[in-house]
Write a protein that binds this ligand. Structure first.
Ligand SMILES: CC(C)(COP(=O)(O)OP(=O)(O)OC[C@H]1O[C@@H](n2cnc3c(N)ncnc32)[C@H](O)[C@@H]1OP(=O)(O)O)[C@@H](O)C(=O)NCCC(=O)NCCS
Length: 191
């Protein structure tokens, strides 16, 4: 199993890996990693309970890789990255470049293994993600968080993300949520 962090980055997207400090490393994931992702999803059942009211479905990890992006998008704009602490997959970051506009990067999902939460892995991952977006001259990072996910909202707020006021209704399994769009400008705002 390759948990390495090759210098080249990702062949499909052409992106460099996240600049993380040892022992954290990132690697772009493919469907070949579905078993590792399934195990991580099972450990992160709390997140799926909030979202859907149930544990992750048997094929949840496969769906992550197989769910398409709209045809107008270049397949390379979607990236799924794994975060390793040593040899263990401890997190996952699913993102869409040039969305909702070509100056922004959308964070679809950030997941950290409950066993290592509150140890700074989420913060380090997002900061590395923002640093890469800044290097590539993006203006902002945006995301949607369901209103009832209070710990995630506290996390994003602590990292400098603010609510945009844009909301939408989303359905996961039997649960209906209000999803709040949050955003962080990557450049200091001019007065
Ligand atoms: C949200 C999540 C990614 C945070 O990852 P993490 O590695 O635990 O976060 P960090 O340790 O880097 O926390 C950074 C800061 O965020 C805030 N924070 C994180 N988790 C928090 C919580 N449960 N309650 C309140 N504040 C929290 C704190 O200010 C924390 O700093 P501190 O620990 O020094 O007080 C993680 O809890 C997770 O995977 N949750 C389930 C999936 C999820 O909800 N993802 C977001 C979907 S939008």
């Amino acid at each position: 199993m390759n948990t390495g962090n090759s210098e080249a980055g990702d062949e499909t997207s052409g992106l460099p890996h996240l600049a993380l400090e040892s022992p954290l490393r990132s690697r772009f994931l493919t469907v070949a990693d579905v078993g590792l992702v399934r195990d991580l999803f099972v450990r992160c059942e709390d997140y799926f309970q909030i979202l859907t009211g149930a544990p992750p479905r048997e094929n949840e990890a496969l769906l992550l890789f197989e769910e398409g992006i709209p045809p107008e998008f270049d397949p390379g704009v979607r990236t799924i990255e794994g975060i390793w602490a040593g040899r263990k997959l401890v997190g996952l970051l699913d993102a869409l470049r040039d969305y909702p506009d070509d100056r922004a990067w959308w964070l679809g999902l950030l997941l950290v293994d409950p066993a290592v939460r509150r140890s700074g892995i989420g913060r380090a991952t997002v900061q590395a993600f923002e640093g890469r977006a800044l290097d590539l001259e993006y203006d902002s990072v945006e995301l949607g968080v369901v209103e009832s996910n209070t710990s995630a909202r506290a996390f994003w707020t602590a990292l400098g993300y603010g609510e945009t006021g844009v909301t939408r209704t989303v359905q996961f399994g039997d649960r209906t949520h209000r999803s709040l769009r949050m955003m962080k400008p990557l450049y200091p705002q001019s007065a």
